[in-house]
Design a protein around this ligand. Structure first.
Ligand code: ADP
Ligand code: TYD
Length: 205
């Protein structure tokens, strides 16, 4: 099963991925977790270029194609081989991130995004996608608590992130068969239980 987590930064994706991995391991399931951009030696190098604050003059299309290149490498090198070995593959972001950030964020036409996403993923679609939804105000609150420094993408404006949040909700609406939208302001354990019950409704664990 290929499970992806989506949502703006600090929505709680990594927290939930760790809990889910622990749960599945406790049920003796084979699990591999990956993150985007990154997850392979080549993809991590692409990640460094994408998040580097010095790369301020990066063209939007360059940015999108770099995310897509990182994704393609990760898909071929890690995701597909592990799905073939019957692992649960859990990814922190996948191509819905490009649709939300680069597409609904307003940089690249959605038609182009869909076309390239399909090529980069080799037409692989997640079986299940959890969208952890928080507001930009909640994100800012968490950022302050964490004293987090911002990477190149996180330095963009509030209006941009609001477009990304709206975009994510639209993508979820358009893909109801695989999307589950979760209120990210609920307590961590409550979200975890919700995630487990959704997975249990799909596969035997
Ligand atoms: P992401 O991977 O989406 O960037 P993280 O899992 O790293 O997000 O969480 C970002 C911050 O928010 C962390 O400090 C984490 O402890 C906190 N956090 C995660 N889930 C919740 C939640 N449901 N309620 C409140 N804080 C949360
Ligand atoms: P993220 O996983 O949030 O990194 P970190 O855990 O260090 O915050 O991802 C990095 C950034 O890249 C994040 O702001 C979202 C953005 N992003 C896109 O704009 N498009 C994409 O296709 C992907 C995968 C990520």
């Amino acid at each position: 099963m290929f499970i992806t987590f989506e949502g703006i930064d600090l929505s709680g994706k990594s927290t939930q991925i760790i809990l889910l991995k622990e749960y599945l391991n406790s049920k003796r399931k084979k699990v591999i977790t990956v993150r985007e951009p990154g997850g392979t030696q080549i993809s991590e190098k692409i990640r460094d270029i994408l998040l580097d604050k010095k790369n301020l003059n990066m063209e939007y299309l360059t940015e999108f194609l770099l995310f897509s290149s990182s994704r393609h490498q990760l898909t071929k090198e890690v995701i597909i081989p592990n799905l073939k070995k019957k692992y649960f593959v859990i990814s922190d972001r996948y191509y819905d991130s490009s649709t939300a950030y680069q597409g609904y964020g307003g940089m690249i036409e959605l038609k182009t995004i869909r076309y390239v996403n399909n090529i980069a993923s080799g037409a692989l679609t997640p079986d299940l996608t959890f969208l952890i939804n928080i507001s930009i105000e909640e994100c800012i609150k968490r950022k302050k608590l964490m004293n987090k420094t911002e990477d190149r993408i996180e330095q963009k404006k509030v209006s941009y992130f609001n477009k990304v949040i709206k975009g994510y909700l639209q993508i979820a609406k358009n893909n109801k068969n695989r999307f589950v939208v979760i209120d990210g302001t609920k307590p961590i354990q409550e979200i975890h239980s919700e995630i487990i019950s959704v997975i249990k409704s799909k596969v035997k664990i």
